[in-house]
Design a binder for this molecule. Structure first.
Ligand SMILES: Nc1nc2c(ncn2[C@@H]2O[C@H](COP(=O)(O)OP(=O)(O)OP(=O)(O)O)[C@@H](O)[C@H]2O)c(=O)[nH]1
Ligand SMILES: [Mg+2]
Length: 332
């Protein structure tokens, strides 16, 4: 399956208890307090690891407990802290709290790291409680309990193909026409507010996951419009599809705006495989379309997602690009 999901229980270590003890020497049966502090309990930390692609490792081990801190010692010695536990998860893992239903973390990039449950603090030893009025306190603090949570780990569907375009270009219509996804489609900009994913079949043997993100506008990389929050979703796609409405006044400029926003966001996107699709061709006369296409690069693809014109060829091109990308990866 594409979606990988596991539920786990995590418990951080409690802090070690503080110690009650007193300095003793020959002829000084009871000197000042010298009980040390307890050590901190260990935390559990999740790390996104680029080597992993599934949550398989969590299938059989569901409960994780981090070690406690050691109790404080005599002669002001602090207890040792527990050693933190690292849980390695694939990049693209979302961590949800099963009790509240909230998404707590989104570990998108390899190397991303979060403390999912924090170890308890060590308790203070009795040396800490010495005051001018109480020279020999007989009290010490217990270690704090470690945090405990029930979590769901969910691996986000990794989209191989990302549709990028200006608002209202027709991206969601393309996703709807070639997958079972039913994104909202409407004749106004910023209809799509969060990314949509769909599974696209190409011929009989191949399929890919396609992502439709909110429209991008100039300045998106700096936060204008909506698209920038979602640029990270196309960062990991293998193929970018630039979608441009054939009624766009200046198609080369639209193409350039889209590309420069992507590259500004992440320079490595400049080298990502890409296709450019001119859509809504059912809305212009054939003769006008000919005129438009003559001024554009010859590898642009012309489709109408509504009238299903050129869509098979479009999917074939996606298949070819993904094939090429896969074989390139194999030889890398
Ligand atoms: N005639 C025709 N209309 C289309 C075609 N593709 C999209 N449209 C229309 O164009 C409008 C915008 O389509 P969407 O698919 O919502 O555009 P979008 O790029 O997802 O827009 P945002 O999510 O707002 O960025 C809708 O009214 C669609 O019906 C097409 O191939 N032909
Ligand atoms: Mg849309």
């Amino acid at each position: 399956m594409f979606l990988d999901y596991v539920e786990i229980q995590v418990k951080a270590g409690s802090g070690g208890d503080g110690r009650i003890s007193f300095h003793t020497e020959k002829f000084v049966p009871m000197g000042g307090p010298n009980g040390g502090d307890g050590g901190g309990g260990a935390s559990i930390i999740a790390v996104a690891d680029s080597q992993l692609t599934t949550l398989q490792d969590f299938r059989y081990k569901r409960i994780y407990k981090a070690p406690k801190g050691q109790p404080g010692g005599e002669r002001d010695r602090s207890g040792k802290s527990g050693k933190d536990i690292y849980l390695r998860v694939p990049a693209g893992t979302i961590i949800k709290d099963l009790d509240s239903g909230d998404i707590l973390y989104d570990l998108d990039q390899p190397g991303d790291e979060v403390v999912i449950v924090k170890g308890g603090r060590g308790g203070r030893g009795n040396a800490f409680f010495k005051t001018s009025t109480n020279q020999s306190p007989r009290m010490a603090q217990d270690g704090e309990a470690g945090e405990e949570k029930r979590l769901a780990l969910e691996l986000k569907l990794l989209a191989e193909v990302g549709l990028v375009g200006l608002p209202n270009a027709g991206k969601s219509t393309i996703l709807a026409s070639c997958s079972a996804a039913r994104p909202k489609i409407a004749d106004y900009p910023f209809t799509t507010l969060v990314p949509n994913l769909g599974i696209v079949s190409i011929g009989d043997y191949m399929s890919c996951v396609m992502a439709d993100i909110p429209g991008l506008i100039r300045g998106a990389a700096e936060g204008k419009g909506l698209g920038h929050q979602f640029l990270k979703h196309i960062q990991r796609t293998r193929l970018l599809v630039y979608v441009i409405d054939c009624n766009e006044e200046d198609i080369p400029k639209a193409r350039e705006t889209l590309q420069s926003e992507l590259v500004e966001f992440d320079p490595s996107l400049a080298n990502r495989a890409s296709l450019t699709v001119i859509t809504k061709i059912d809305t212009v006369l054939e003769s006008d379309l000919k005129e438009i296409s003559e001024k554009l690069p010859s590898d642009y693809i012309y489709i109408s997602a509504v009238a299903k014109m050129g869509t098979d060829e479009f999917l074939q091109s996606i298949g070819r690009e993904l094939d090429e990308d896969r074989s390139q990866r194999a030889t890398d």
